[in-house]
Design a protein around this ligand. Structure first.
Ligand code: PEP
Length: 248
């Protein structure tokens, strides 16, 4: 899944959509999606072929006097299938709390879309040994707000904050350990869900590290920021994802 964040113009989005259409391969068992800046959702919906549409944020309110916000029903109008909830940039810059993230995830799944819930630790939290505590709490709050039916419609994105946009991805060992911890934690809530939930990795995923990261046992895909702004790089990452599903 690509996340274009607040990048691009109508012209560059047009070029990227064309590049993605060239990469899309409906015969492969890889779900390819891109989270587009909201003003370009209509363009992307009309012009993307074989690529699912995602949004980067949504309100946890239905509608009303919430200037600047976007509702789940608006996103549905543009055939969005995925919505990010709790991206670390939103947690850090807009003070989104675990509870707000859970409320958003609930709204998204209630609307029949998939919530891609981002969790992860800062470097300070990792260095002070708080990694598991932080992730457990992010998962606990999410699970306390969503029904089992709703939880079947979430993807967990493990995104160590220190790896996002820094060029410095977590190592394969770090990623596998954390993904296994997340799956184990979810087992405590529901075993079946733990087996089936998709846990994707995000944080400086790029063509040079995609093969190693995407091949890890507990990694079920990627959330890709910077590299998704290049059709060529995104295509190479998608090809590595296809190789994994072929090998399974
Ligand atoms: C992200 O923003 O979710 C992300 C993973 O960014 P990047 O790939 O640029 O680190």
């Amino acid at each position: 899944m690509g996340n274009w964040k607040m990048n691009g113009s109508l012209l560059t989005i047009k070029t990227l959509c064309e590049a993605l259409n060239g990469i899309a391969d409906t015969s492969a068992h890889v779900d390819m999606a891109v989270c587009v800046p909201s003003p370009y959702l209509f363009y992307a919906r009309t012009n993307l072929k074989g690529v699912c549409l995602g949004a980067q944020n949504v309100s946890h309110h239905d509608d009303g006097a919430y200037t600047g916000e976007i509702s789940t029903s608006m996103l549905k109008d543009f055939d969005c299938q995925y919505v990010l909830a709790g991206h670390s940039e939103r947690r850090a810059l807009y003070a989104e709390t675990n509870v707000e993230v859970a409320l958003k995830a609930k709204k998204i799944t209630d609307a029949g879309m998939t919530a891609v819930v981002c969790i992860g630790e800062s470097l300070d939290q990792r260095l002070s040994g708080e990694l598991e505590k932080i992730l457990f709490e992010q998962i606990r709050v999410l699970f306390s707000y969503l029904s089992l039916k709703a939880l079947a419609n979430i993807v967990i994105a493990y995104e160590p904050v220190w790896a996002i946009g820094t060029g410095l991805a977590a190592t394969a060992n770090q990623i596998q350990d954390v993904h296994a911890f997340i799956r184990q934690t979810i087992t405590k809530f529901n075993e079946n869900l733990a087996k089936n939930v998709r846990i994707v990795y995000g944080g400086s995923l790029k063509p040079s590290n995609a093969a190693e990261i995407l091949a890890l046992d507990d990694v079920d895909g990627g959330l890709i920021g910077g590299a998704s702004l290049s059709g060529k790089d995104f295509g190479e990452i998608i090809n590595q994802a296809k190789r994994k599903t072929c090998l399974r």
